[in-house]
Design a protein around this ligand. Structure first.
Ligand SMILES: Nc1ncnc2c1ncn2[C@@H]1O[C@H](COP(=O)(O)OP(=O)(O)OP(=O)(O)O)[C@@H](O)[C@H]1O
Ligand SMILES: [Mg+2]
Length: 252
């Protein structure tokens, strides 16, 4: 079972839009996929039209076991299931500390899904504390949406510094450009600079597109509702590029 986190320590950069579309594209290729919504905002859950009825709270979630297994819902798409989130997950970080080896709880609880799924995609909330440690331990790959702006790039550098300091393998961190506006010089210049500077920055971009914003109305991955759209093609390219690069690095 492969594990991929769509993660950033910056908010509103396109994590959920990416997690929803990549999980759909993986499933469409026959990869049995579980999208795991870790965010109390529960946006991924919303996009897949699922109303969670979680009866375990954050402590029950991080304890793992049959209860969370039962909470998994099928989506409208073949080979794609979802572990939903709800607002109670806002207490997740506090709950994690109550367990032994708190940094490895997530890694432990997803073992339950090994027989059932080929791929888990985590849709992550903004965090750089204990939940981030859990995400880094549990994930083989971290994919970071990077808006080509000064602050977003700065946050990415902070993330790499944090990982180096805490002995997390930075080789498993990949980034791609998100919400790109090719008419902006700054976007173009920063993208060129970042691909030169970092091996892990993929030559792949998702443009700023209203088709993607509309997912909030359609409540479907744009790759499903408009498979031939520019947005859908961009997510397909990203998925192919990510897999190729990870393969070339003998990692996928
Ligand atoms: N490429 C894009 N073009 C236009 N709008 C986008 C794009 N990607 C995401 N959006 C929109 O921007 C908003 C934030 O996107 P999204 O929820 O995916 O970000 P996020 O990083 O998951 O945010 P959060 O940190 O709150 O979880 C949403 O309204 C989404 O529809
Ligand atoms: Mg999100």
């Amino acid at each position: 079972m492969r594990t991929l986190a769509i993660y950033s320590n910056k908010g509103g950069v396109g994590k959920t839009a990416t997690a929803v579309n990549l999980s759909y594209l993986a499933a469409q290729a026959g990869v049995k996929t579980l999208i795991c919504d870790l965010d109390p905002q529960s946006s991924a859950t919303y996009y897949f039209r699922i109303k969670p009825k979680l009866n375990y709270g954050p402590k029950g979630f991080i304890k793992g076991g049959e209860k969370i297994n039962k909470a998994i819902k099928g989506t409208d798409y073949k080979d794609l299931d979802l572990l939903p989130a709800d607002f109670t997950l806002r207490h997740l970080e506090a709950a994690i500390y109550k367990f032994k080896h708190p940094k490895e709880r997530l890694k432990k609880i997803i073992k339950l899904f090994e027989a059932e799924y080929d791929l888990i995609i985590f849709d992550c909330p903004v965090t750089i504390s204990i939940l981030a440690d859990n995400i880094f331990h549990a994930s083989e790959f971290i994919l970071v949406p990077l808006i080509p702006t000064t602050l977003s790039v700065r946050t990415y550098r902070q993330l790499l510094a944090f990982c180096r300091k805490n002995n997390y393998d930075t080789g498993k961190i990949y980034a791609f450009f998100s919400m790109v506006d090719r008419r902006k010089n700054m976007h173009m210049e920063l993208m060129a600079k970042m691909v030169k500077e970092y091996d892990g920055v993929l030559r792949s971009l998702i443009p700023y597109l209203s088709q993607i914003e509309r997912m909030g109305i359609d409540r479907r991955p744009v790759a499903a509702s408009a498979p031939e759209s520019v947005a859908s093609k961009a997510y397909r390219n990203l998925w192919v590029k990510f897999q190729k690069t990870a393969l070339a690095n003998k990692r996928f």
